[in-house]
Design a protein around this ligand. Sequence first.
Ligand SMILES: [Zn+2]
Length: 473
Amino acid sequence: MLHPKSGPDMTTPRLQLHNSLTRRKEVFEPADPARVTMYVCGPTVYNFAHIGNARPAVVFDVLARVLRRLYPNVVYARNITDIEDKIIAAAKEQGVEISTITDKYAAIYREDMGTLGVLPPDIEPKATDTIPGMIAMMQALIDNGHAYAAEGHVLFNVPSYAEYGRLSGRDRDDMIAGARVEVAPYKQDPADFVLWKPSTPEQPGWDSPWGRGRPGWHIECSAMIEKHLGTTIDIHGGGIDLQFPHHENEIAQSNCAHGNAPLARFWLHNGFVNIEKEKMSKSIGNVLLVHDLIKEAPGEAIRLALLNGHYRQPLDWTADGLAQSRRMLDRLYGALRALADVEAKASNEAVPSAFLEALLDDLNTPKALAVLFDLAKQANTATDAAEKVRLKAALLASGALVGLLQADPESWFAGMGMTPNINLEEIEALIAARAAARKGRDFKEADRIRDELAERGILIEDGPQGTLWRVAS
Ligand SMILES: [Zn+2]
């Protein structure tokens, strides 16, 4: 006998995500729809974030927005790694406490990501606030034979975990090959990795059963997830560069400390960011810092450039691509500006199904953006009042789901606070003076003002609604 299916299951498309663990796209169902949990590895705060660091922040911000649209309670945690040897080195070099370094760069990170439209996560745990949880987890791993203490260190014994390498398809031998340094004599197996290491009196450290020391990077995430989200979370995200060994080690630690309960049901990884077809590296000198980019381009254009490609694919960052993103936003905001007098509400229902379906299909942002452009195109030719209301609401509601188009169109065209050499009142005054000149048939003066504006980076267009202006991109 056939059972009638409930309405929503038949009609509502379901979220599908590519799970790195199974290497295929799967329908996402949270373990508990009343509390959906997501963790993303956050920054190590000792310098400025580059565009490659910004990609996971933006991608998983979009996923968090989509999850919130689908579920009433989403808990998204993105950590701050605030103890690490590079931080210690930076603090020593500058003669300050590590917290001086980490507080400064954590604040800059939040501000820079905010400029890209990244909403703050629900929880932002700091590694240094989670030391007792790390110690308890290490003790549990020692007690059940997966870790051991040696010479002030605590190490995870890789051969003790048979499933090591399942996520990345790499194994113990890769771990050994990946170790650039000579194998420390206290290691039982060359692949074993550090959970805890001793600190000298000058180095920051915490008391532990194995002496004063500090945690390794991998154990931090396992302990923060356990403390804030639970034993098994729904989604764990991060850049593909973290898949091995970092995520592999997180899995080994958490599974072995939790009687083999999985750490995450879905693992998501975003692709690399290359710069003008080259790998970003300090030696090439092509590292692009978000902090610098936001001085040259609106944060929203940088965000759009990051979402123009599918998150799993490598992204080739180019100056042309960024300029193109600005022009794309000019088009989208242009459509919204033309609808300035239309009253419309950006409700959930206003999101067109084609837009939502694209996002539900493993966050297909390129496809979703194509829908957005189609809406703008329709808006530019719409004459019917109800149609204009529908299109404006659709543009705003869809934009909100990917963190775009939430600014006032006028401020977008004013360069979002980065207008070169000119302020809003000056522009308006010059445009009014030009209108007066034209009215008095002084076309020479009108052209002079147009040229002056152009020289200062402002382009004007005369249309049925009067003169519109924008910052040249
Ligand atoms: Zn992590």
